[in-house]
Design a protein around this ligand. Structure first.
Ligand code: AKG
Ligand code: FE2
Length: 339
């Protein structure tokens, strides 16, 4: 793969087409299927989230990162067995290499599970550490989660129909306990523009990413090149994760992407929302119509990253790897047995 970005734009899809007549809705679904078969990434406009809501989310994120270090440390992920909270710059790894970004992880707000017989992955459920120094943050991102979940569920139904399945084929996978995750991320500028976040596929189903207006840095792999995917005002960058590739035997494509650090003196904020299955569910394998099955490429085989079975097992493995300090502090029993 070369490392020179090429100027080729990702497709732009307009979700408002779903609200017009059936012909427009069908055209949207066909574009969705093509974009995620061929590229795996697209911009989504017409999603119904007003610009002022997005602006408030970024303003809130900016305020969080501007808090004194002690206030951010008060909600450090190292204190959370559920992998929630603040990670300082340099505290996260992708494929064993340090990512140059600071972030707070906000998951679905639930009670912790105290049943000793529950599967290990139930340790991922629990409350979020909300920053006492910024009481408004909780409401802003509880609202963001609700709005993004509506968009995500509509997209899942559109894919289901576009793949020749009943609209509700994925509904049980998410049920009323999807494993949603919001990250607020800040990439500091660097003299030598290195790894903001290293090249990776998203491990889940679907990601809705909002990038701070005016900022570049995201690059998407396509046909052996890196394509730049700068912020488009008001648009989500949408991509699918490895589980949707798995569900479609590789007909849909989980695509590698990375973020290059901004130049020295600049910063970049982003807010990815990950829409993932309930922890105890398995993702169905879709029965594709023959003309689509003929174009299915099979699932990318990576012996270090085997996708199968229960979602919670996959997620727990990914979290233990990305945050070895949290794993050692709270889950030494799992690390010892190599989960
Ligand atoms: O910050 C971004 O633009 C992308 C982040 C990302 O790919 C991730 O957190 O999975
Ligand atoms: Fe990602």
């Amino acid at each position: 793969m070369t490392h020179t970005p090429v100027a080729a734009a990702l497709p732009v899809l307009d979700m408002a087409m779903l609200d017009r007549d059936e012909a427009s809705a069908a055209a949207f679904r066909a574009e969705l299927r093509t974009a995620t078969h061929e590229v795996g990434f697209f911009y989504l406009v017409g999603h119904g989230i007003p610009d002022e809501v997005t602006a408030r989310a970024f303003a809130t994120a900016e305020e969080f990162f501007a808090l004194p270090t002690e206030d951010k440390q008060a909600v450090e992920m190292r204190r959370s067995p559920h992998f929630r909270g603040y990670t300082r710059t340099g505290g996260e790894l992708t494929r064993g290499r340090v990512d140059w970004r600071e972030q707070i992880d906000i998951g679905a707000e639930r009670d912790r599970v105290d049943d000793p017989d529950a599967p290990a992955y139930m340790r991922l459920e629990g409350p979020n550490p909300w920053p006492a120094a910024q009481p408004g943050l909780r409401g802003v991102f509880t609202d963001w989660e609700r709005r993004c979940s509506v968009v995500a569920r509509r997209l899942m139904r559109s894919w289901a129909l576009a793949l020749g399945s009943p609209a509700d084929v994925f509904d049980d996978t998410f049920g009323d306990r999807p494993s949603t995750l919001i990250k607020l991320v800040r990439y500091p500028g660097r003299e030598e523009r290195g790894q903001g976040v290293g090249a990776h596929n998203d491990p889940g189903v679907l990601t809705l990413l909002m990038i701070e207006p005016g900022k570049g840095g995201l690059q998407v792999e396509h046909d052996g090149e890196w394509i730049d995917a700068p912020a488009v005002p008001g648009a989500f960058v949408v991509n699918i994760g490895e589980l949707l590739e798995f569900a479609t035997d590789g007909y849909l494509k989980a695509t590698m992407h990375r973020v290059v650090s901004p130049p020295a003196g600049e910063t970049r904020l982003s807010i990815p929302f990950f829409f993932n299955p309930a922890l105890d569910s398995t993702v169905p394998r879709i029965d594709l119509p023959p003309e689509l099955a003929a174009q299915a490429r099979g699932v990318t085989q990576d012996p270090d990253n085997v996708i199968s079975g229960t979602f919670g097992d996959n997620l727990l493995k990914a979290r233990l790897r990305a945050h070895p300090d949290v794993a050692a502090l709270h889950h030494a029993d799992l690390v010892a047995r190599g989960s």
